[in-house]
Design a protein around this ligand. Structure first.
Ligand code: SAH
Length: 485
């Protein structure tokens, strides 16, 4: 947690240690872990006081050092496992403890999947007030996982630094600006690791400097690599503070000759003092402006800046489920709210009369239109703007939706959009969610007119705490007429 240097009124921050709780900061405690929270930390109790222990698993007895206390709960670091869970797994990544990218590598994969299913259930029950067990309960299916849950990411974004005259790249050490060098990330596509290694070596040889965040000096800030997993095409993006790259041609040649599958080398210029990765200007140094990939039969053009799902194999699983839940047969009008670059829309267009997609970022809508053209899809219309404004306008124009699909960001759907859905009364709503707590909150609102039929968690991010799921809702008046499926 970031420390604040701001002056504040009231008790000094260190006064926290005087809270009336049964543990103190710095104390080592023995604690039994009874569950895992949504971030993957073990949950234990000391005299009724909740302690979150990073790295500990349900069923374990551990020693942990308390490092933060609040009124109702505290945080501790695992120092010793006294009795280990049978589900404990030796994390294969040597940097697992320091990186922070993954949080569940120490839990057997089958158990990660069970944990994610449980998180969805718990949220539906606690936040949504839904019944998740027994007769009349919502079915929450077992999480659909990967048969090989490693090396699944198609995009690497690596900050670059310098150590003993050589360029290093990996991740920021906790609470610092220094970069820990990493040669391999086990959830990253192999070619992405290789491409980053080539850039580090070649740029070191050519005396290209790394960006220094503190001094705001140096050239190379980030290396971003994207791979089209189905096509094998690779894009290398060099994010620099200035447009001028000394010995640029030699660097480009090294990448061309040493990175397998490279079809695009792009430079993005970000001169600002910021931790945002990309700047405004992007230029193509060699090859194409885009790479291509497929999800199912649909082809996508991916540019340096465009958003694209990072686990394409599981994206296909998620979208097939979405298509199935939408129940489209070819005659339906479908709305895809929060459509991004049109991925779900184009998937749905295969089986609908017409799809309307809406998305707040205009560049993503430009990509969606381009992707529609690329696939010869003529029954999809895209509009840029907030879903909660555009969809009511469509309704005013007389557009009637049989199915509405929503795939909102973590904060969930805007309330105005939920109201519009309740007013438009599509037969089905399919809710794709990356955050089970806002999913549960929004389903509770929609439950006024809809019955939540089933929820399918899909593991898009193995070894991390992220939980993705898709839910299908059917209008109550329809459920009364004909049984679901
Ligand atoms: N369905 C897409 C993208 C989902 S991510 C896919 O599967 O790839 C959520 C998207 O919602 C982002 O692209 C974000 O830009 C967009 N978004 C956020 N707030 C929005 C709003 N109020 N109205 C419409 N789109 C919004």
């Amino acid at each position: 947690m970031a420390k604040t240097t701001k002056k504040r009124r009231g008790p000094h921050p260190t006064a926290k240690v005087e809270l009336d709780v049964p543990v103190r900061v710095g104390q080592t405690v023995e604690v039994e872990i009874t569950g895992l929270n949504h971030e993957g930390a073990g949950v234990g109790r000391i005299e009724g006081y909740t302690l979150f222990v990073d790295g500990a698993l349900a069923g374990e007895r551990v020693h942990a050092r308390v490092d933060h206390v609040k009124k109702n709960f505290g945080f501790a670091k695992l120092t010793e496992v006294i009795e280990a869970s049978t589900h404990r797994f030796l994390p294969p990544c040597p940097l697992y403890d320091r990186c922070g990218g993954c949080s569940l590598q120490h839990l057997a994969y089958e158990e990660q999947l069970r944990h994610k299913q449980q998180i969805v259930r718990d949220n539906l029950r606690r936040i949504g007030g839904f019944q998740v067990e027994g007769e009349g309960a919502i079915t929450v299916h077992p999480t659909l996982g990967m048969s090989d849950p490693w090396r699944y990411r198609n995009k690497a974004q690596v900050p670059i630094g310098e150590e003993n005259g050589a360029l290093v790249g990996g991740f920021y050490a906790e609470k610092s600006h220094s970069i820990i060098d990493m040669n391999e990330c086990l959830i990253q596509h192999q070619v992405n690791d290789e491409a980053v290694a080539v850039v580090k070596q070649a740029a070191t040889k050519l005396n290209i400097t790394a960006y220094d965040e503190v001094r705001h000096s140096g050239l190379l800030r980030h290396v971003v690599v994207k791979v089209g997993v189905k096509t094998g095409e690779v894009m290398v993006v060099l994010v620099t503070t200035e447009e001028q790259i000394p010995q640029r041609d030699q660097l480009v040649e090294a990448i061309c000759t040493q990175v397998a599958g490279v079809t695009s080398i792009v430079q993005n210029i970000n001169p600002d003092k910021t931790n945002v990765i990309f700047g405004k200007k992007t230029v193509t140094l060699w090859g194409s402006d885009v790479i291509y990939d497929y999800i199912g039969p649909i082809k996508f053009a991916i540019s340096a800046r465009s958003f694209y799902q990072v686990n394409p194999a599981q994206t296909e699983v998620l979208y097939n489920k979405t298509l199935e839940y939408a129940g489209a047969t070819g005659t339906e009008t479908v709305i895809d709210a929060y459509c991004g670059i049109g991925t779900i829309s184009l998937f749905l267009a295969q089986k609908s009369k017409h799809v309307y997609g809406v998305e707040i970022v205009p560049e993503a809508i430009a990509d969606a239109n381009r992707n529609a053209q690329l696939n010869g899809v003529e029954n999809a219309t895209f509009e840029a703007g907030p879903a909660e404004v555009v969809i009511p306008a469509w309704k005013e124009k007389g557009i009637r939706a049989d199915v509405i699909v929503v795939d909102p960001p973590r904060k969930g759907c805007d309330e105005a959009l939920l109201t519009t859905i309740l007013e438009m009364q599509p037969e089905r709503v399919v809710y794709v969610s990356c955050n089970p707590s806002t999913l549960a909150r929004d389903l509770k609102v929609l439950a006024e007119r809809y019955e939540v039929k089933e929820v399918q968690p899909v593991d898009m991010f193995p070894h991390t705490g992220h939980v993705e799921s898709v839910a299908v809702l059917v209008r109550v008046s329809i459920v009364a007429q004909e049984p679901y499926k």
